[in-house]
Design a protein around this ligand. Structure first.
Ligand SMILES: NC(=O)c1ccc[n+]([C@@H]2O[C@H](COP(=O)([O-])OP(=O)(O)OC[C@H]3O[C@@H](n4cnc5c(N)ncnc54)[C@H](O)[C@@H]3O)[C@@H](O)[C@H]2O)c1
Length: 342
């Protein structure tokens, strides 16, 4: 299969693309490179990559591909603090335009990287794919609206699929320290403390980077009738955790480490549990390999091998918002997050 992966140079993309190549697919990337050089332990594998802003893609760029995997986005809630309208431009408008361009170009399958954050503040129940949307940020809202717009494009020749990933964790060569597990563990390793930013009671669904990659691989080749215009929560049955339990697990694994609360810790409105039974039932080839404990052990070993220091961990390299702000401060990106030509 010839596959275009947008956002191939981000946290998920650098680990997903080698997996797809290893399965025999012909893979091309598309990424503007906001995180170039932000490598952890090693650079990403070389991959032919179109250096195009996803807002500028035309059907001509997409001719000849069998599928598009669409990861490129301002990829979390804090990034929408820069300017929520950018989240709508890049995550919503550009995603819908990209899908229309793919359909025009004759691409048959469009796999959208959605998020469980569209459930927002949930109920006490585990939310399945039929649960109401309740996004609490522009980021979550953008994911809802893209799914709705893509669904309107579904027809006999165009199959959109919506993979609602849980919050990712785990080792990647484009490590992120702004996701809850990686963050708590990084503080534990570099300061000996696991600091909770909230009261620790909210629930989070969690999934390892490589299990997300496997889910995308399965959806790309699954029979059309199984995935056509379908949403799947991506995670593993049972892998919902309260933040306090993540902290405790980190403290169990990292020696001489204590759990504490940040000054001014407040309740977090993002609080939900997710039911992952549909993907495990309907995509039998999807067999998640990771548990949170195993993922923390793997990342702890990587932080230790890499000699992670507090200064490195807190710097711009691993925090999306800090990297983007540094580009803005240094005049490399303009206020629309477009590269300033030199
Ligand atoms: N990481 C998670 O926990 C998580 C959870 C749920 C959903 N997702 C979704 O999965 C996708 C990938 O997430 P990630 O964690 O790898 O994000 P990331 O921020 O690490 O990577 C995103 C990549 O997209 C590129 N990009 C951003 N804007 C672009 C633009 N205008 N043009 C071209 N390239 C652009 C960036 O340069 C970057 O390499 C996103 O859509 C995200 O919303 C991620």
């Amino acid at each position: 299969m010839r596959i275009l992966v947008t956002g191939n140079l981000g946290y998920l993309g650098v680990e997903m693309t080698p997996l797809l190549v290893g399965l025999g697919h012909d893979v091309v990337g598309l990424d503007t490179g906001y995180f170039d050089g932000c490598d952890f332990l090693a650079p990403p594998d070389p991959l032919p990559t179109l250096r195009i802003d996803v807002r500028d893609v035309t059907p001509a760029d997409l001719v000849g591909f069998d599928a598009v995997v669409h990861l490129a986005a301002l990829s979390n809630d804090p990034l929408s603090d820069i300017d929520p309208s950018l989240t709508y431009d890049i995550n919503l408008a550009a995603s819908v335009r990209l899908a229309r361009a793919a359909k025009t170009a004759g691409v048959g399958r469009f796999v959208f990287s959605s998020s469980c954050s569209l459930y927002g503040a949930g109920s006490d129940l585990e939310l399945d794919e039929g649960a109401p949307f309740n996004p609490v940020t522009p980021y979550g809202e953008s994911k809802v609206r893209v799914e709705q717009e893509l669904s309107r494009l579904a027809d006999d020749d165009f199959t959109p699929v919506y993979l609602r990933n849980a919050t990712a964790y785990g080792l990647s060569r484009r490590l992120r320290a702004d996701v809850v597990v990686n963050n708590l563990l990084g503080h534990a390793v570099t300061t000996g403390k696991v600091l909770l930013q909230s009261d620790g009671t909210p629930w989070r669904p969690l999934v390892h980077v490589l299990d997300i990659a496997h889910a995308f691989a399965q959806v790309l080749t699954a029979p059309r009738q199984v995935v056509h215009d379908q949403a799947f929560n991506v995670g593993r049955v049972g892998e919902n955790y309260q933040v306090i339990d993540i902290a405790q697990l980190v403290a169990d694994i990292v020696p001489d480490c204590a759990v504490g609360h940040s000054v001014g810790a407040t309740p977090d409105i993002r609080d939900y549990r997710v039911d992952f039974s549909k993907i495990e039932r309907e995509l039998p080839g999807y067999r998640p390999q990771w548990t949170l404990r195993r993922g923390i052990e793997q990342l702890w070993a990587a932080y230790s091998d890499g000699g992670m220091t507090a200064e490195q961990f807190e710097g711009p390299q691993f925090f999306r918002l800090r990297t983007i702000r540094q580009h803005l401060d240094r005049g490399r990106l303009d206020s629309d997050l477009r590269w300033v030509s030199t």
